[in-house]
Design a protein around this ligand. Structure first.
Ligand SMILES: [Zn+2]
Length: 188
């Protein structure tokens, strides 16, 4: 009886030790614990500034390409299967094409067959803003960058698990930073 209790106790302690170690190694990787969120588990730059970026139409025009301006600032949509990233399978982070805020990660990107980059979750929900959009006689939810209000795309409730959401995003609204490059910037 005593041996059995001892065994149970030992097993429980082993689990505790294992959990502790897992937590330790996780927090060592995190520059800022609370900045990490969601399944993407992407570290965000320390002291990331989410203060609104406001520019005039002229300023945006000179900062962006004509096509980027049309999508990001005029809520345009690129033609399906024409964008740079719908079929990108590289590991990395997708940032806002307007203000470089990290928005989505490759590990939440999935093959939707739509011809637009599709994700089931942003890196962190606070990084994007969702707005109900009734244009073109459709009830949709528009997704914009939380920092510069640049139009990204729409979110639909027909995505895969675990969220069941499909963030359908224009390639023109995004820039892609390969994982190594992203990590190198964080380590600077
Ligand atoms: Zn932005």
């Amino acid at each position: 009886m005593l041996i059995k209790q001892l065994l149970v106790l030992t097993a429980a302690m082993l689990v505790l030790v294992a959990c502790n170690q897992a937590q330790k190694s996780q927090s060592a990787q995190k520059a800022s614990e609370e900045m990490k969120d969601g399944a993407a588990g992407i570290e965000l730059p320390a002291g990331l500034n989410l203060e609104k970026i406001v520019k005039s139409e002229e300023e945006w025009k000179s900062a962006l390409s004509e096509n980027q301006f049309y999508v990001l600032r005029k809520a345009g949509t690129e033609r399906a299967f024409t964008g740079e990233y719908w079929n990108n399978k590289e590991e990395g982070v997708y940032t806002c094409g307007g203000c470089q805020l990290p928005l989505f990660a490759s590990n939440t990107k999935f093959k939707s067959g739509t011809g637009w980059p599709s994700f089931w979750e942003p890196i962190k929900t606070e990084l994007v803003t969702e707005i109900s959009d009734n244009s073109y006689g459709m009830r949709r939810v528009e997704v914009v960058c939380a920092r510069c209000d640049g139009h990204l795309g729409h979110v639909f409730p027909d995505g895969p698990e675990p969220t069941g959401l499909r963030y359908c995003i224009n390639s023109l609204s995004l820039d892609f930073v390969p994982q190594k490059e992203y990590q190198a910037k964080l380590d600077q």
